[in-house]
Design a binder for this molecule. Structure first.
Ligand code: F3S
Length: 66
């Protein structure tokens, strides 16, 4: 499962990182640090929750998300 993040639209809500700071790393200014995340096995539900938690809706499940 992969997540794609429209990083340029991140406004630093940090709700994603509140769900999982391991899956959703933030940069030193509090914005999401990556544009793509390879979700490790077993973390799919956290990944979906993190994606839903972003109020800007910039995190989407790119594949493997049924
Ligand atoms: Fe950015 Fe959304 Fe996370 S605005 S810090 S991707 S909750």
């Amino acid at each position: 499962m992969k997540l794609k993040i429209d990083k340029s639209f991140c406004v630093g809500n940090a709700r994603c990182a509140a769900v999982s700071s391991e899956l959703f790393p933030l940069d030193e200014e509090g914005y999401i640090a990556v544009e793509e995340i390879d979700v490790p096995a077993g973390m799919e539900e956290l990944a979906r929750r993190g994606a839903r938690a972003c109020p800007e809706r910039i995190i989407e499940v790119a594949d493997g998300g049924e």
